[in-house]
Design a protein around this ligand. Structure first.
Ligand code: ZN
Ligand code: ZN
Length: 162
């Protein structure tokens, strides 16, 4: 039996390595914490400035340009073709809706259309990162991708905040 907290921790590590897509952590305008709003969109909790991660940029582009190739999307968004292909592989981009395959959220087991987490758990995941961002807002903080999660303290916080 796998402990739930451990599973979340592992999932978070996977996410940090594979799925951050240059998530904006701090606002480029005022240095406030960027809060996840959904589908790759983030809003500064201080000044309301909106930014997108790579996934959000590509998704926005594809929504406006149906049938665009990865090369076109890459050129328009500045996101590398490799990253776009990775997104497609992970089914985070739902370009084709013909697939009947339903995946399950890795945290709660709900059926999902793509990716690894249902929207609710994805939001929880981002809330956790945001609270870490607030706590790490004093100088030495160097970004999530290179930092190890802070052990038992981190997972407890995650569970409590839901
Ligand atoms: Zn801001
Ligand atoms: Zn879920």
């Amino acid at each position: 039996m796998e402990d739930r907290a451990e599973k979340i921790e592992q999932l978070r590590k996977d996410y940090l390595e594979l799925n951050t897509y240059n998530r904006p952590t701090y606002c480029s305008e005022c240095d406030g914490v960027m809060v996840f709003k959904g589908v790759g969109e983030y809003k500064c909790e201080k000044c309301g400035h909106v930014e997108y991660d790579d996934y959000g940029k590509v998704r926005n582009y594809i929504e406006k340009h149906h049938g665009a190739t990865t090369a076109q999307a890459s050129e328009a968004t500045g996101v590398s073709q490799k990253s776009i292909r990775d997104m497609l592989k992970e089914s985070r981009l739902e370009i084709t809706t013909s697939s009947k395959t339903f995946l399950q959220c890795e945290m709660c087991g709900t059926s999902i259309r793509g990716g690894r987490l249902c929207p609710k758990c994805e939001v929880n995941y981002h809330r956790n990162l945001e609270s870490q961002a607030r706590m790490g807002h004093k100088g030495s903080f160097s970004g999530f991708s290179t930092q190890k999660p802070s052990g038992e303290d981190g997972s407890k916080r995650f569970t409590r905040e839901r």
